[in-house]
Design a protein around this ligand. Structure first.
Ligand SMILES: [Zn+2]
Length: 251
């Protein structure tokens, strides 16, 4: 019998049969895993607490073909506050969806795992605006995936532009000066404050980002640029982002 002990975070699940659940769990040493939690939806199940989305736990699985079957679990942090608030829940779901796209099956990714844990802690217990926590995660993830944007010179003419605002080009992955943007006209407007914030996020350890305060103008620019840049690079439209946009307009 192939017994696997690992820690992990639940990214999503699908219920089936009377009380079973198929989970997608992100483990730092094994990447994405498909895990069956038999009978976990029974109130008496000892697997129930560790079968909730966002839950961070120690697990014991038995491997059967391509599926892992959960046999034991011990919750380390349920991040309950995230599930308890509609705004945090919307941003948290988006962060989990991005993580799911960024990790592979059977491939360790310690860096992303610990970044996810820090991000969920800030989202659950921190004072930072959930939108800002999400933007920090997005930009750090972009960097981790190897798409660090060019922020110090125009990608077309190579000059260091003095004008404000500039433009951010999603396809080229960086800034374009107003002169060069006249040719394509498809850049997102980006002001110097936003550029400065992006540089700061990229250079600082995520553990030290718990005290950041973004202005609404910076937040708005990051909101458009980062999610579109990630969607373009991941070649995927993350549906949870639409729910965040819906909440912004309707709540
Ligand atoms: Zn230029």
């Amino acid at each position: 019998m192939n017994i696997v002990r690992t820690e992990g975070v639940v990214l999503r699940y699908t219920n089936f049969k009377e009380a079973d659940r198929m989970l997608t769990i992100f483990s730092p040493d094994r990447g994405k895993m498909q895990v069956l939690a038999r009978g976990c939806r029974k109130p008496s199940s000892r697997l129930l607490a560790a079968s909730q989305v966002f839950c961070y736990a120690d697990y014991v699985f038995i491997k059967s073909k391509e599926i892992y079957i959960m046999t034991q679990s011990e919750v380390k942090n349920s991040f309950y506050n995230i599930r308890n608030d509609v705004e945090r829940l919307a941003y948290g779901t988006y962060i989990l969806n991005l993580t799911e796209e960024a990790v592979s099956y059977e491939e360790a990714n310690f860096r992303l795992f610990y970044m996810l844990l820090h991000t969920l802690s800030h989202l659950s217990y921190g004072e930072v605006n959930p939108a800002d926590v999400t933007h920090i995660f997005e930009l750090k993830l972009i960097d981790m995936l190897g798409y660090r944007p060019v922020l110090d010179r125009c990608l077309v003419c190579g000059q260091t532009p003095e004008s404000n605002p500039l433009f951010f080009n999603i396809v080229q992955g960086g800034i374009i000066c107003p002169h060069c943007n006249k040719e394509t006209k498809d850049g997102y407007t980006i002001h110097k404050d936003t550029l400065q914030t992006m540089r700061y996020i990229l250079d600082v350890d995520i553990r030290r980002l718990g005290v950041l305060k973004f202005s609404q103008a910076v937040r708005n620019e990051l909101d458009g640029i980062l999610s579109h840049y990630l969607s373009y690079r991941l070649e995927k439209d993350i549906k949870a982002k639409r729910f965040i946009d819906y909440l912004k307009c309707n709540v």
